[in-house]
Design a protein around this ligand. Structure first.
Ligand SMILES: [Zn+2]
Length: 284
């Protein structure tokens, strides 16, 4: 039976410096409609990246729950490094009332909260420990799951995750195309103990940018149905804005509806982790 775990990396919740780059692009293309949308959403009360209510509505309608990985980014701003702008200026404050409230709401209502490790945390135990503590403090209990921002990882990342008490990681995945990184289809245990890697199979932009993605999708599903694999999906919170990410939301819904029609079983990553771990214990 096909198993599906939905997830959302929460990289950004508001537009900041991006307004200016989108606006400049629209003006260059003489797309004045879009330029005026960008201006309105900058000066207006619009919050184009606050898509939590929409995600909750979609998932409630379809009868599924997901895991939200929250980012506690603290990288310092560097004026002469453009990549850094997105990382430092795009960040949100995890202690903001509105953010804490949505995290608590999700946690209390059957969604899972995980840690989205900050850009430099994949090899920095102290930093990641602080982030984990901050998020646990907000929701009031232990967090067992993590995915690293940009899927950053090196040979120490899993060790750090395990040491900090995470039970599973879901960073193992492709940033181009989609499917199985190094042909690993099923969840696996890197240290042969109870720490589990649950591979990420489909991510929004790499999926949308793959030619004939529905064809490729079918063969990925076939592989998963034959094995004990889990279809782990990551649709970033911000891509549910249809104006800036046309067809992303539709594709997300289409995947879920397709899986429902295949009688797939949906659960959060932590539920699958618990199931796999209990099964292993019973076999010993
Ligand atoms: Zn991220």
């Amino acid at each position: 039976m096909l198993k599906v775990a939905l997830s959302h990396d929460v990289d950004r919740t508001r537009k900041h410096y991006q307004y200016f780059s989108y606006l400049a692009k629209s003006l260059v293309k003489r797309n004045f409609d879009d330029a005026s949308y960008q201006l309105k959403s900058f000066f207006g009360k619009d919050e184009p990246y606050w898509n939590f209510p929409e995600i909750i509505r979609i998932e409630e309608d379809l009868g599924v729950k997901s895991t939200f990985f929250f980012l506690d980014e603290s990288i310092p701003f560097r004026l002469f490094n453009k990549k850094n702008w997105q990382l430092s200026l795009g960040r949100y404050n995890i202690r903001e009332k509105k953010i804490m409230e949505i995290m608590q709401y999700l946690d209390k209502n059957g969604w899972e909260i995980g840690v989205h490790g900050s850009y430099l945390s994949y090899n920095n135990e102290e930093l990641l420990k602080k982030e984990k503590n901050n998020i646990e403090d907000i929701i009031g209990h232990q967090i067992i799951g993590i995915r690293q921002h940009y899927l950053n990882r090196d040979e120490n990342t899993w060790k750090i995750h395990k040491k900090l008490g995470f039970k599973y990681d879901s960073t193992w995945g492709l940033t181009r195309g989609f499917g199985f990184k190094e042909n690993k289809i099923t969840p696996f245990r890197p240290f042969d103990d109870d720490f589990l890697e649950i591979p990420l199979i489909i991510m929004d932009t790499p999926f949308m940018e793959t030619e004939n993605h529905w064809e490729r999708y079918k063969s990925v599903i076939n592989e998963l149905e034959k094995s004990e694999g889990i279809l782990v999906i990551n649709w970033h919170q911000r891509v549910f804005n249809e104006k800036e990410f046309p067809f992303y939301k539709d594709a997300y819904v289409r995947i879920i509806e397709d899986c429902i029609s295949r009688e797939a079983r949906f659960a959060t990553l932590s539920q699958f982790n618990n199931e796999i771990t209990t099964k292993n214990e019973n076999n010993h």
